[in-house]
Ligand binder design. Structure first.
Ligand SMILES: Cc1ncc(COP(=O)(O)O)c(C=O)c1O
Length: 603
């Protein structure tokens, strides 16, 4: 769209380009006599606005050209100068309200059933632009400027006009912009996000966008039970999409490279007919919190020109910043979060998001973009192959403003929560590891087979707040009697919530075999390392010693009846205090030492 005509009600059909001619045409479009006093004032103001819009575009171009070379002082100055301009523009709008309201009152209040119309929001919403938190836009519909602008909106060419809240709403857009900034950092301008009503809706939205009939999915074995079920029971079903699903047991790039080559051979017929392979990962993954080499696996997928998706809900962008890798070969094509978990943080809402490269997420209707794949292969993406038009615009599981607001609120504190939870997780894993009847599966323990990958992939080598324990016996000691274990598990409240989910402020525990992973067959469960007494602990913010003390007491009245010394085998109280204090100080120290220096902040 031409910047000269952008503000015109006839922006797509006008023959004029000059500000004054456009202003006169605009007045006439609304039936105003341009020689009247009102007409003259209107044309004068509109002419100024057309010119102002020109200058705004000039400022935009100068910003885009110059920003990268500015020092910090100039950036601060430019930002605040433009911030002040926003208030000036809003003040003009505010000044317009008084004459406009008077005219409105002189017409509308005389109508029958005036109240049914509700308040006219343009009058009152101007100041809401400056609400210190994003505004909750609780509306199904939006006011439009005029026919040509709304036509543009329906073609994805007018971002000022939301059409309908199921499709987009400003609160959800605010959240989408924010998660992109957090997830992609310096590269945020290359990415876009679309929010969904839950994590599963995000996963299904993306898979239904990507997968065609008889495509092939290479999925990590250790994914959330719901994602497993979606792939295995829906996408794989021959009467649905007949997608071939191959499960990969490993965590590193070599395992996935091998599986990719094996799949390419096994499904050579499908591939020769144009079917594609997609890689689907979760890292850190359910239920043990094991980490996958997302960067290495992304490279392996891109070398073979396949698309890769990573659900990084459990680690959050704070611990597992998979889109911040400099080399695009090492970044997954799409990242998924269930906001329900750590990002929202309090367990009071469900929501999810897909983050992807701009050209895969949105292109205005009718357009296409020529770009290159991460491996440099040229590719052209058409508008109807973007997530927005292919799925988001035509399906219905999208995030409403109230939930978007709740997630935005939760995200303000998520980094602090995640840091505290790594301390609690390390403490619990270290203490349980000293008990001879408790087997701990946590990548933070140096003897864990996943320890090296966790160290190389997670920020500061810190674990996500998810791990498992089981009591299936080890080193010559027998497994804990299943009945005693059940009694013990039923005594864990109120110290530990017997709840599903993870990433809440409170610690919750469940038996995956009976809950999150109950959809898996016995064999699939075994392959995923889930035993009948496996207890998945999603660590919260409480003092972890409170949890250990409760477990010890609960064991005295349950497990000890069959295994008399179980409760006495916890480490001594002083040792538990010592582990907690040392862990706390060590993590905080590593974190503070890793923060940018004051000199860096000054740059
Ligand atoms: C890793 C992971 N991804 C996705 C989901 C699904 O998210 P939601 O419950 O928001 O649908 C879950 C739920 O537990 C999960 O653990």
């Amino acid at each position: 769209m031409k910047k000269a005509t952008q503000l015109s009600p006839l922006r797509n059909t006008t023959k004029h380009e000059q500000a004054e001619a456009l202003a006169i045409e605009q007045a006439q479009h609304f039936g105003i006599d341009t020689r009247s006093e009102f007409g003259e004032a209107l044309v004068e103001l509109a002419t100024t606005l057309y010119r102002a819009n020109h200058h705004t575009h000039d400022l935009w171009a100068i910003t885009m050209d110059g920003l990268a070379d500015l020092d910090r002082n100039d950036r601060i100055a430019w930002f605040n100068a433009k911030r002040f301009l926003s208030f000036q523009l809003a003040k003009i709008l505010d000044n317009l309200q008084n004459p406009m309201r008077a005219t409105y009152q002189s017409i509308a209040t005389k109508n029958g059933h005036f109240a049914a119309k509700g308040a006219y929001p343009i009058f009152d919403n101007v100041a809401a632009i400056f609400s210190a938190s994003p505004v909750i836009t609780r509306t199904a519909t939006y006011l439009f400027a005029c026919t040509e602008w709304v036509e543009d909106a329906f073609n994805g060419r007018e971002p000022l006009h939301e059409i309908y809240s199921r499709l987009l709403n400003p609160t959800s857009i605010s959240l989408a912009n924010h998660i992109v900034d957090i997830e992609a950092g310096d590269m945020a301008d290359q990415y876009l996000a679309w929010n969904f009503n839950s994590g599963m809706a995000a996963i299904d939205g993306l898979l239904s966008h990507l997968l065609g009939r008889e495509d092939i999915v290479l999925a990590s074995r250790n994914i959330y039970g719901g994602s497993y079920q979606l792939l295995q029971d829906w996408y794989r079903k021959s009467s649905n999409l007949d997608v071939a699903v191959e499960w990969v047991d490993g965590y590193d790039a070599a395992a996935f490279a091998h599986a990719l080559d094996a799949a390419a051979e096994k499904y050579a017929d499908r591939i020769s007919e144009g079917r594609k392979i997609y890689v689907y990962l979760e890292s850190p993954c359910n239920p043990h919190g094991f980490v996958l080499d997302v960067a290495g696996i992304s490279r392996a997928a891109h070398e073979r020109d396949w698309v890769i998706v990573a659900d990084t809900t459990v680690g959050t962008p704070f611990l597992h910043p998979v889109l911040k890798r400099k080399d695009p070969m090492e970044r997954p094509d799409f990242v998924i979060h269930s906001y329900t978990k750590e990002l929202a943080g309090s367990g009071t809402t469900t929501a999810g998001v897909v983050i992807g490269r701009n050209e895969d997420m949105f292109i205005p209707k009718g357009d296409s973009v020529t770009t290159s794949s991460p491996n440099g292969t040229p590719r052209t993406v058409k508008w109807d192959n973007t997530l927005f038009w292919n799925v988001y615009y035509i399906k219905g599981a999208f995030l409403d403003a109230d939930k978007a607001f709740e997630v935005l609120n939760g995200m303000k504190t998520y980094e602090l929560r995640v840091l505290q939870k790594t301390i609690n997780t390390l403490t619990l894993a270290r203490v349980f590891d000293l008990h001879p009847d408790i087997n701990v599966s946590c990548p933070a323990l140096p003897e864990s087979p996943n320890y090296p990958l966790m160290q190389s992939n997670m920020r500061l080598g810190l674990p996500a707040a998810l791990f498992t324990i089981d009591m299936e016996g080890s080193a010559g000691r027998p497994a804990i009697d299943p009945h005693a274990f059940k009694q013990f598990f039923d005594m864990l409240e109120p110290a530990i919530g017997m709840q599903v989910s993870l990433g809440q402020t409170n610690t919750v525990a469940l038996c995956p075999a009976m809950t999150t992973h109950s959809e898996l067959s016995g064999k699939a469960r075994e392959d995923a390392g889930i035993k009948l007494t496996t207890l998945r602990i999603a660590v919260g913010l409480e003092d972890p010693r409170m949890f250990i003390a409760h477990m010890q007491r609960a064991a005295e009245i349950t497990i000890d009846i069959k295994h008399t010394d179980f409760s006495t085998k916890f480490p001594a109280p002083e040792m538990i205090d010592d582990i907690y204090r040392k862990t706390y100080l060590d993590v905080q120290q590593r974190f503070v030492e890793d923060l940018p220096s004051y000199l860096t902040l000054m740059q």
